[in-house]
Design a protein around this ligand. Structure first.
Ligand code: PGA
Length: 261
């Protein structure tokens, strides 16, 4: 089930201006050269995406949108569509808990965004996870089940190949409260079970599942070693290029992260 290539995503959220983003990319590309076994994905604010897309070496890093609207074009003031992001990003976050909880994104919005990403050749990174209250009420697996069903309702098995799922318990995001290895293992298992139920055993094995929530260079290796975990979605610890490179290093099979092709 473990994929050869680990995925490490840096979600900068609403941090770093265009100049800082460019300096960051320059710095990270100096520290981290070419990977064959790690896919490093940077998710800057929408504003920086275009300039970073001109600067980035796609053999080194890929880009992700943090958000986009699901219609391709039209009268939607203030929105950016997946169609407009085509060719600029390779991935797009969908359903991040901050989108769900602060911006009230519904399962329907998320479902439409997953479909819009795929329609536009962008791989969706679908974020799901329970709140503290849902966890303490024993509802974690129900929440994961509902969020998966809600997001994937219109997705065919062929399209599922494009989808990455990130398990991000809401109570562990941005607060240093990381989930225990057994919490992550059982959640990831439940996610794969649900995928199996919907799409069959092969799809359940093939789908890439990430963990996100207060990951640091110290905890990264432990999460990456868990069965069924194919990578990490990193917020705060991705804001500093050096600290982020330490996390990338943990995903790299060899000890040397900076290596030329
Ligand atoms: P964090 O954020 O690493 O700061 O907890 C993770 C995320 O929001 O994806």
């Amino acid at each position: 089930m473990a994929h050869d290539k680990k995925i490490i995503v840096g979600n900068w959220k609403m941090n770093l201006d265009m100049h800082e983003a460019s300096l960051y990319l320059h710095k990270l590309s100096q520290i981290v050269k070419v990977h064959r076994d790690v896919e490093v994905i940077l998710a800057p604010t929408t504003l920086s995406l275009q300039s970073l897309s001109l600067q980035v070496n796609l053999r080194q890093f890929k880009l992700a949108a943090q958000n986009f609207y699901w219609r391709d074009r039209g009268y939607f003031t203030g929105e950016v569509s997946a169609t407009q992001l085509r060719g600029i990003v390779q991935y797009g976050l969908v359903g991040h808990s901050e989108r769900r909880h602060i911006f009230n994104e519904s399962d329907k919005d998320i479902r439409n965004k997953v479909a819009a990403a795929i329609r536009n050749g962008i791989r969706p990174i679908l974020c799901i996870g329970e709140t503290a209250w849902e966890k303490s009420s024993g509802e974690t697996f129900d929440v994961l089940h509902d969020q998966l069903i809600g997001a994937l309702a219109n997705i065919t098995s062929q399209e599922l190949d494009q989808v990455i799922v990130a398990y991000e318990p809401v109570w562990s995001i941005g607060n240093g409260q990381s989930a225990s290895p057994s919490d992550v293992t059982s959640a990831v298992k439940a996610i794969r079970k649900q995928i199996e139920h919907l799409y069959g055993a092969k799809a359940a094995e093939a789908i890439q599942v990430l963990y996100g929530g207060s990951v640091t260079p110290d905890s990264a290796a432990d999460y990456l070693a868990l069965p069924g975990v194919d990578g990490l979605l990193v917020g705060a610890a991705s804001l500093d290029a050096y600290i982020f490179s330490e996390i990338i290093k943990k995903a790299h099979k060899g000890s040397e992260v900076a290596k030329e092709d």
